[in-house]
Design a protein around this ligand. Sequence first.
Ligand code: ADP
Length: 569
Amino acid sequence: MTSKDGHKQKQGADDDREGGSPARLLPAPGASHVSLQGEGSWTNLLTLLEVSPDALVLVNAAGRIVSVNSQTEALFGYPRSELEGEALESLLPERFRAAHVPDRERYATSPRTRPMGAGLALYGRRKDGTEFPVDISLSPLLFDGALHVLGAVRDITIRQHLEAHERAAREAAEARLALLQLVLDELPTCVYFVTGSEARLVLANRAAVTLWGTEWPTGQPMLDFLTTHHIRLFDTHGQALPPADFAALRALHEGKTVFQHQEIIRHADGTSLPVLVNAVALDPHLVAGLEAGGGNQRISSAEPAALVVLQDVTPLKETEQLKDQFLGLVVHELRNPLAALKGFATMLLRHARGDKGTALASWQQEALSEIDLAVNRLNRLTEDLLDVVRLQAGRLVLHRESIDLVHIIRRVIAQMRQSSDYHQLMLSTSLSHLQAQVDRGRIEQVLVNLLTNAMKYSPAGGLVEVALQEVPGRQEALISIRDQGIGIPQADQAHLFGRFVRASNGEIHGISGTGLGLYLCRELVSQHGGDIWFESTEGVGSTFFLRLPLSPGISAPDVPERPPSSQRE
Ligand code: ADP
């Protein structure tokens, strides 16, 4: 049979003798199809077949192969001469052939473009008998007025491998995530992962639901979640925490780990929960690819990520409260006998000096002076302990007034000079006055504490320099106290402002103390809206810095000139 363009059509094309199928079936009305007709159409068709990257097989209505392209030859290992005229089923494995014939015939009655065997695993069979997975799509083609079918065959071996690989990787990742969730759920502490600058939730454990009192949906930003459920965060002084200070947000925004941040969670029903937060800034690659919310939103490696661990410290706080109550009781009970001791010691000393009553032997006078000094020390200790109790109970109130810092510093220095002959105390400032709205007694207490330490921890004596300046443009005073003493070992520096914390070298040098002074200094300075920190080198000396806002409303978080290595709380 010869087509209109003069090409000899192979046997089987348009062959109505084969397979009993209708010879000139037409595509179903409305079905899309390609129609080739007229001059050069056969040549054009063959050229087109060659261009395709897929193996193309042109089949007539009787299911006989009319033509194939060279990709088909390469894929199935047959020269085209062996294929043309063969039944299409010869390209299938034996076991599929019988089933395919009725399929093909059904297709011939309603031809349209569609994948073949949708949902089935299809295989091709090479000449050498080997099989390979294929994807076949069928398109009706009206050629010279007769229906043909063009099958595009694609070897999907590699795609299937890749898909299997991807499926296995996804299953492994899901299994790891499920295991992680299981482990996290068993933890008694609240653990969650957040990502992005808004702290969108990636994963939270069961304890988190208990702690927040409600479920935080994956993908929801932290502030949205808190606002929706009327949950608020406070600091330990009961002040509302600005979001920028939330440990989780700081870890995300600053990219650094926030340790042991004390926060108080207040729920909508008014109940409060004190928590200790550790927010660990994570390498974003660790969570990249995980889902962060509905709609298959995946985390990109460009987003910051943090692991947040919240520990409910209610029992700890309750124990602490009990301890503080006990401390308060003991200190109150100590105050009366101490006042009596102080009173009688002072009276006896005054009488002895004024030649009233029986004269005292010098050893007796010395003993009385020692008693007086010891009582002074005990009084200071009880006052410090009372302050600790007041602070813990939130009962330490400042009485602010306008005072001249230059004057107060000079007075404290003069007073401290009385207690030591072998320390030189010096004030360096260009200011004659610097007015500040502070609690005079409390600021004096801080200065006395820092100067006492500067002298106490310089057992060999030496210079203690106090400097005062106004920070330009910031309405702040910056006070520094520098000594040439024993310094503070690097390893002890991070925790020095904690309660009852002492550096290891104090004991070594035989210097006694309670570790309460710096804690009180920090609390008092922070109640003034200020800041305290230090720089120290063991064996060289220490400098303590004090930043104080001059009026109560002004509080700046950072001093630009602050040296980078300084310890600050
Ligand atoms: P203490 O009663 O022990 O002196 P503080 O709270 O005032 O308590 O100080 C805490 C610790 O800090 C001290 O025990 C000491 O180890 C260290 N320290 C404080 N000031 C200085 C200083 N100027 N030089 C060296 N070490 C200091």
